[in-house]
Design a protein around this ligand. Structure first.
Ligand SMILES: [Zn+2]
Length: 246
């Protein structure tokens, strides 16, 4: 009697396992888990990116430099204590592809994933170890409403999580939707951006070490403008981190 109950239980468990695995299979059929980098099917233990894409990410290794090219962008402009980027942004490269999915296709998990991966390196290399708050560069509210989210806030979340730092999404505000910057001179571009950020709570900024986070840095004008406002509000150290450098 006991034996047959045991057998029946095992059969039931087997059927249940089969049902669950069929169900998982069905879900994957309709919502396949694919790599954001190469569209290959992800293995069970992989999230967002396959192992090969992770291995091939074009890392900058700036964390091993005494002075790196991102820091040099701010020389003679604003006092930046340290700045670092995770990956090289290349035209038609995998990073451009990932950033496109993050910004325009709602694939926000990529931002968190890359933020975490960057954060693990920064933690190991002792970068930004005395930062107090992580602040993503904000979008203008109209742009954020249109997109539905600020991509940099997901990167900031990933970084903050690994570095055990608080993320403040509202400390900086973008007060104007800046016009297209591509055709302006470097000087005009800086001036154009500088006026569009505002610190919402200077009392929180005063005396703090702030890690500013953005997706991609090119000329550094946007980060410089945002950083200048934080310096003006009495921040102690300004740190900057971006997923990519173009
Ligand atoms: Zn891949």
């Amino acid at each position: 009697m006991n034996l047959s109950i045991d057998k029946g239980f095992k059969l039931l468990q087997h059927l249940l396992d089969r049902a669950i695995s069929t169900f998982t299979g069905l879900i994957e059929l309709f919502y396949p888990r694919i790599c954001a980098g190469c569209d290959a099917h992800l293995m069970k233990h992989e999230e967002n990116l396959c192992l090969l894409c992770v291995q091939d990410l074009p890392r900058t290794y700036f964390w091993d430099y005494d002075v790196n090219p991102v820091e040099k962008l701010f020389w003679g402009k604003i006092p930046v204590h340290a700045a670092c980027s995770f990956l090289h942004f290349e035209q038609d490269g995998v990073v451009q592809h990932l950033m496109h999915r993050l910004k325009y296709e709602g694939h926000t998990a990529i931002g968190t994933e890359l933020g975490k991966r960057f954060g693990m390196i920064l933690l190991e290399k002792q970068w930004f170890h005395d930062a107090d708050i992580v602040v993503p560069v904000p979008l203008h509210v109209s742009k954020e409403l249109r997109r539905g989210y600020n991509q940099s806030s997901f990167i900031a979340d990933g970084l903050g999580d690994v570095l055990s730092l608080k993320v403040n999404l509202n400390l900086l505000e973008r007060t104007e939707a800046s016009e297209s910057q591509t055709k302006k001179s470097r000087f005009a571009r800086t001036e154009n951006v500088r006026s569009v950020f505002r610190v919402t709570a200077p009392e929180i900024v005063r005396g703090k070490n702030i890690l500013l986070v953005d997706d991609v840095v090119t000329t550094g004008a946007t980060l410089e403008a945002a950083g200048a406002q934080l310096v003006g509000a009495g921040a102690n150290k300004i740190y900057m981190a971006t997923v990519a450098v173009a």
